[in-house]
Design a protein around this ligand. Structure first.
Ligand code: SF4
Ligand code: SF4
Ligand code: FES
Length: 234
C-alpha cells in the first residue's frame, strides 16, 4: 500500500507531494525519513528519540500540532500534510526557532527552597525530614511529565494572535510546578500577570494536544489565575 505525504519546503514556499510505501505501524516520522532517504536528503526536520520522549519532532499534521513520531499513518484519512509549527519563526522546512521560548524559561525564577525546611548538619545545609501530601506529589509528577514539545504553544490562539503578549501554556505549567511545590518559597504571580496569563480564555486547546496528557488548563492555568485574583498584586 502507498500513501501520499506533502512536506513543507521553505525554499519553494509550499507543500511538496511524495508517495511513500505504507506499512502497518508506520508513523508520520517514518514517512518523513523515507522521503529524506529516497527523494530529497536536503529536507530539514528535527527528531531524536522516535519514542515521544524528547519533544523535538513537533509539527502541524493536517493542521493539528502533533508529534510526528507518535502519529500513525493509519490514524489519518486521505493525504498527509506536514508543516512547521506556525507560532515560531521558520528556520528551514519543518524546523522552527524556539529561542524566545528558552529566553522566557530562563527569565522565570527557579525553585528556591523555603528556609524553614532546611537545617545545618555539621555545618552543611540539609533538608529537614518533612511530610508531603500525596496530592502534592501527584501534581508535581503530572507537571514533570512535560517534554517541552511546544505543541501546546502552537495550539494557542492567543499566542498566534498576540505573539509576545502571553508567555503561553508550557510556561504556566512550569510556573505551576514550582508554585505548587510545598517546599518552594518564591511567588511567581507577578511574573505570570506581567506576561499575559489573563489573556488566556481557557479554551483547553492546549490540553487537547498535549501528548503526555497534562491537564494544562484545569490543573495549571486555572489555579494560577485564581491565585493571582486571590490576593491583590501590587
Ligand atoms: S486554554 Fe489558554 S493557554 Fe490553552 S490554548 Fe486556550 S487560550 Fe491558550
Ligand atoms: S505541556 Fe504538554 S504540550 Fe505543552 S510542552 Fe509540555 S508536553 Fe508539550
Ligand atoms: S522524536 Fe522524540 S518526541 Fe518525537
Amino acid at each position: 500500500m502507498e500513501r501520499k505525504i506533502k512536506l513543507f519546503s521553505s525554499k519553494q514556499g509550499r507543500l511538496i507531494e511524495y508517495t511513500v510505501p505504507a506499512e502497518h505501524g508506520m508513523v508520520v516520522l517514518d514517512a518523513v525519513i523515507y522521503v529524506l532517504e529516497h527523494f530529497d536528503s536536503s529536507i530539514s526536520a528535527r527528531w531524536n528519540c522516535k519514542a515521544g520522549r524528547c519533544g523535538s519532532c513537533g509539527a502541524e499534521i493536517n493542521g493539528m500540532p502533533r508529534l510526528m513520531c507518535k502519529t500513525r499513518l493509519d490514524s489519518i484519512d486521505g493525504d498527509i500534510e506536514v508543516a512547521p509549527m506556525k507560532v515560531f519563526p521558520n528556520v528551514k522546512d519543518l524546523v522552527v526557532d524556539p529561542a524566545d521560548t528558552w529566553r522566557i524559561k530562563k527569565s522565570m525564577s527557579n525553585f528556591k527552597i523555603d528556609e524553614k525546611f532546611t537545617q545545618k548538619k555539621k555545618g552543611i545545609a540539609a533538608t529537614k525530614d518533612i511530610v508531603l501530601h500525596e496530592y502534592d506529589v501527584t501534581r508535581a509528577q503530572e507537571f514533570k511529565k512535560c517534554i517541552e514539545c511546544f505543541l501546546c504553544l502552537d495550539s494557542c490562539h492567543v499566542l498566534r494572535v498576540h505573539k509576545s503578549a502571553y508567555i503561553g501554556p508550557m510556561h504556566v505549567v512550569k510556573a505551576a510546578s514550582l508554585d505548587m511545590n510545598p517546599l518552594d518559597s518564591l511567588d511567581r504571580r507577578q511574573f505570570l500577570d506581567r506576561n499575559g496569563i489573563r489573556l488566556c480564555n481557557v479554551t483547553k486547546c492546549c490540553t487537547d494536544v498535549c501528548p503526555v496528557k497534562i491537564k494544562i488548563t484545569d490543573n495549571a492555568i486555572i489555579p494560577e489565575k485564581e491565585r493571582i485574583n486571590d490576593k491583590k498584586i501590587i
